[in-house]
Design a protein around this ligand. Sequence first.
Ligand code: AMP
Length: 308
Amino acid sequence: MGKLLIVGSVAFDAIETPFGKTDKILGGAAPFIGLAASKFNVESAIVSVVGDDFPQKYLDLLAENNIDISAIEVVEGGKTFFWSGKYHNDLNSRDTLETQLNVLADFNPKVPENFKDAEIVMLGNLNPSVQLSVIEQMEVKPKLIVLDTMNFWMDSFLEDLMEVIAKVDVITINDEEARQLSGEYSLVKAAAKIHTMGPKYVVIKKGEHGALLFHNGNVFFAPALPLEEVFDPTGAGDTFAGGFSGYLAKTDDYSFENMKNAVIHGSNLASFNVEKFGTKRLQNLSHDEVFKRLKQFKSLTQFDIKLT
Ligand code: AMP
């Protein structure tokens, strides 16, 4: 079992989908990652920042799920990062209505002493300069550094982001972002170009069309489970990243073969996350439910073809 260090935004989200609207609820990359990874009972910690407007009950929720929250700084008089988004009818695309960085704008992360030797570092979505600082604070070289990011950081902080990308083993991004980053429309060409920027493994997420894992000329494809109803896709990418890194931390095996399983675990947890607003579904998800759906995944993708 490896230790998992998570860095990422902790946020208030206001979400609008064709099915309803929320006021400010718990969001941000790190809570989704942490809650997903907690399904593997790994030792994990979140490095992040909130303002003193952030409810204690949200911090308690993370702590109750065995996530070390001692490195979530609370800034007196500060305002928590805020994001709002509105989904289109197909739920595959959304518009960001507002991003207020607030306390995230000048955050100086501090990695807890007992996580400076973590086997996995999961760099969730937030400022590339913060992600870089976390990498630099590690005292023992991590066995795996995974990066998740989004177009917001590509648009205005590309230079910093490229510095981070050069230092990571795995990058997980969605198809549009892979195209933006590489300048290539074909995802195969995009992955090849992103390999040259640093990451040996490139995961491209395609929403309801699954995810692709590229490594060394090999490609693995994991479908997304066809769901009857998708309620709110927010955090699906982060949940995927949490399931992916949580499973790898639990198994402490960073081979390509095992990474294929990690992609399936990530996709499995993401399929639950989209069923309710925000982190609600992850909060009330039993091991039994996770296991049953994993079996569904297996039968969905298994076939016995004769190659003669
Ligand atoms: P996802 O749906 O996986 O892209 O993740 C959505 C989450 O990312 C929301 O909970 C937001 O609070 C968070 N988020 C949105 N924009 C940013 C940003 N620029 N930096 C960090 N986190 C963000």
